[in-house]
Design a protein. Structure first.
Length: 122
């Protein structure tokens, strides 16, 4: 399901996740992204249903929240479902503009590259 991580009322990111153990998911994300230094930096956490998914509402210490506001994430999901990297659940499903098609590939060269791919594998 789409899961939004909301720190002190501000939505930070939306990712696809299993709806089980979201508190641990949010804790791990917060630690690995450097949003918190320790679980003690989180004062409270609630999982709340939303019309487009689930929100994990996280209450951070003011020191850690100030640090988060100073370095807002600039990470977009590059591949996959299209949900990763979205900041708010309401942004899911909004149409995106297609990129202009500017590059072409010679199919024979692609086939040749695929045939030789195993030659370069360990």
């Amino acid at each position: 399901v789409p899961v939004a991580l909301v720190y002190n009322g501000i939505s930070h990111v939306v990712m696809m996740a299993s709806p089980k153990d979201l508190e641990y998911f949010a804790l791990g994300f917060s630690l690995s992204e450097g949003i918190i230094e320790s679980p003690r930096d989180i004062f409270g956490m609630d999982v709340v249903p939303s019309c487009n998914g689930l929100e994990v509402q996280i209450e951070l210490s003011s020191r850690r929240f100030m640090g988060l506001k100073e370095r807002r994430r600039a990470l977009a999901g590059r591949t996959g479902c299209g949900v990763c990297g979205v900041e708010q659940l309401n942004d899911i499903g909004k149409p995106v503009q297609p990129l202009p098609f500017t590059q072409t590939f010679d199919l024979n060269k692609l086939d040749d590259a695929l045939r030789h791919l195993n030659d370069f594998q360990p």
